[in-house]
Design a protein around this ligand. Structure first.
Ligand code: F3S
Length: 638
């Protein structure tokens, strides 16, 4: 039996994919300002003097620098990167995933990143996995990342995309088919004759947004398209061919005829709420946003420029465009595309995450915004009652012209976009680690506060239920993004008022003054979305000790364990229905029960007992017993 790509990369990295858990030492690491301050604070706490793997620290999430907080964070990150041995990507160089794809991603290697969209590097055949900040700090310290071995789902692509359909439509098609929890515990691997018809930017969009299905990773073969892409960024020598064997086996296989994929669109407020664009044409728009790590490549912006050439954006629409990287921005300038965009009325933003994460360009109250981004959770745009739609650059540009959701196929012949032979250099936007690390002064502004530590597990847990939620709760629900929140990433206590405020505006006030610990009860796929560990750290600080859910998103579950909180899954999902907010849940002999893996929970308020399971590995049990990864590492003395 032949091997698939995942198995080949495992073999080349001496990982046994037959085991239930992989201990991954990656070739590369990426982190960014949205998650990196805790990463570096944790490295300081562990006492690490030198980062082991090749690491790039990006500043891309909040570059507005309104007030001193972000600027202080950026100064701290720059100094820590220089001191501990990471490359520093300056603010304005671009969004981590796009910049990494252009400058560092390599076929056959492994990348770990403190961001859920890290799988984007799979576009060039790199096994790339998102993780929580503490996991990434551990990896930077030279320890492995532990990941439950995923199943490999093979997606066979046949045919070729029709004109006006793009990579975005492929991933929206998959989201409609599989849902936001359809990729949990899986790697999605593409193969088949349709692969070679997809450009690297299209593959990047697909891999990037596979995060919305909860995948562990997503990967394409490395082929001639990959070679041309790397060559255009001056990295032809880093290319290697990589493909599954013809007789490779997959845990499941789905066949997709690319020729049948129409322009699709995700409706508010979930990326899997997908319809054909033709079914929702005419919805009036207030804003169109083109950018984010998902769709801000040269190809994306060039096609928009061609559509808008010698035309004007509809008077009712605000069109905002943020290029994914400085190299992309310089290229659209050099090729005359920037002029076309500006002449049509587009507002050109900095090369950062920006509006994707609610950092500026929030829609007007109850406004409709069509974006090429990857998430449309309620409130993520910064406007709680806005309606955010997700579509391709083609659909976004057509809609910007007509002022309403518009099927791009009515624009006539598709503009032929050829990828450039070469891109401008951006090496002056990377700062190398210091030659003399001792000489680097690290200044911490007043907003940079120590990160909280978890506490060792006690023998008896007595936790009232302070919130009961439905399915698919995102980390944005638990702790929102946006400019204000991102300026508090380094200050966990200051973030407390925002915990769960999207679900219950009074939540922090109700809970903050409680003397003891408490719990949350959730539905399926609890904690999906961003990998931000603040969604664990901040509730932990005010007493959250466990979460009981029907199922968890992978990174959120791991973040809970990393901070010594207990994730438990209902053995019988119907028990979820019997629990109400303020019920008192008690676990006797918690230490013994966690060690065995099955945990009986007594609902004292309703007088019944229900069974849960942790699916804990031996290492996870140790982490929970000791109060989290930081305590564990200190004891281990790494
Ligand atoms: Fe940034 Fe949005 Fe991507 S916040 S990393 S552009 S998902």
């Amino acid at each position: 039996m032949g091997m698939n790509i995942f198995q080949k990369i495992c073999n080349s990295h001496k990982l046994d994919y037959r085991q239930t858990e992989l201990a991954i030492i990656p070739d590369q690491v990426l982190t960014h300002d949205g998650t990196a301050t805790p990463v570096y604070l944790q490295l300081e706490a562990i006492g690490i003097k030198k980062i082991k793997p090749f690491t790039v620290t990006y500043v891309d999430h909040n570059t507005l620098q309104v007030g001193f907080r972000n600027a202080d964070d950026h100064r701290y990150l720059k100094a820590m990167a220089a001191k501990l041995g990471s490359i520093f990507s300056k603010p304005g160089n671009g969004i981590c995933h796009q910049v990494h794809l252009e400058n560092f991603a390599r076929p056959g290697q492994i990348l770990v990143g403190s961001d859920s969209h890290t799988p984007m590097a799979g576009a060039v055949g790199m096994l790339s996995i998102g993780a929580g900040g503490l996991d990434v700090a551990t990896v930077m310290a030279g320890e492995p990342l532990f990941v439950k071995t995923p199943k490999v789902a093979g997606i066979k692509l046949e045919g070729r995309l029709p004109p006006w359909s793009a990579g975005k439509d492929v991933i929206l098609y998959l989201l409609k088919l599989l849902s936001v929890k359809g990729g949990v515990g899986k790697i999605i691997e593409f193969f088949g004759p349709g692969v070679e018809t997809l450009s690297i930017p299209d593959r990047a969009t697909i891999c990037n947004m596979s995060a919305e299905m909860g995948v562990t990773s997503c990967i394409f073969p490395s082929d001639g398209q990959t070679e041309r892409f790397l060559k255009s960024f001056g990295r032809r020598n880093e290319w290697q061919a990589l493909a599954a064997d013809n007789d490779a086996a997959y845990a499941e296989t789905i066949a997709i005829d690319l020729g049948g994929i129409e322009p699709l669109i995700a409706l508010p407020h979930s990326p899997d709420n997908v319809k054909k664009v033709s079914e929702v044409e005419g919805v009036p728009l207030w804003q169109v946003g083109i950018g984010s790590c998902t769709n801000a490549s040269f190809k994306d912006l060039a096609v928009v420029a061609h559509i808008l050439e010698a035309k004007t954006v509809h008077p009712d629409v605000d069109l905002v465009i943020s290029p994914g990287s400085r190299r992309t921005a310089m290229q659209i300038a050099e090729t005359g595309n920037l002029k076309k965009l500006m002449a049509a009325g587009a507002r050109i933003l900095e090369n950062t995450c920006g509006p994707c994460n609610g950092v500026g360009m929030s829609p007007a109250s109850s406004g409709n915004s069509l974006r090429t981004y990857n998430r449309n959770y309620k409130g993520r745009s910064g406007t709680l009652d806005a309606n955010v739609y997700l579509g391709s650059p083609e659909t976004a540009a057509a809609s910007a012209l007509f002022g309403c959701i518009t099927d791009p196929r009515k624009l006539g012949p598709y503009p032929g976009i050829s990828m450039p032979e070469s891109f401008p250099d951006n090496s002056n936007m990377f700062i190398a680690p210091a030659d003399d690390p001792e000489s680097v002064a690290v200044v911490k502004g007043p907003n940079i506060q120590p990160m909280p530590l978890g506490s060792p597990l006690e023998m008896r847990l007595e936790c009232p239920v302070k919130l009961k939620t439905g399915d698919n709760i995102t980390t944005d629900h638990i702790l929102p993004g946006g400019a204000e929140m991102l300026s508090l990433r380094s200050n966990v206590p200051a973030s407390v008022p925002y915990v769960f405020n999207r679900l219950d505006p009074d939540f922090a006030g109700r809970v903050d003054t409680l003397p003891g610990q408490w719990t949350i009860v959730g539905g399926d796929n609890f904690g999906q979305g961003s990998s931000r560990e603040h969604a664990v750290m901040v509730p932990l600080l005010i007493g959250m000790k466990m979460v009981i859910a029907k199922s968890f998103a992978r990174t959120f579950r791991q973040n809970l364990i990393n901070f010594g909180a207990v994730p438990l899954v209902f053995k019988n999902p119907e028990d979820y229905d019997q629990i109400e907010t303020d019920d008192l849940l008690v676990i006797e002999d918690a230490i013994i029960q966690v060690k065995t893996g099955g945990v009986k929970v007594v609902n004292r308020s309703k007088n019944f007992t229900f069974e849960t399971t942790g699916h804990f590995t031996d290492r996870e049990k140790e982490l929970i017993l000791q109060g989290g990864l930081l305590n564990y590492l200190r004891l281990k003395n790494i």
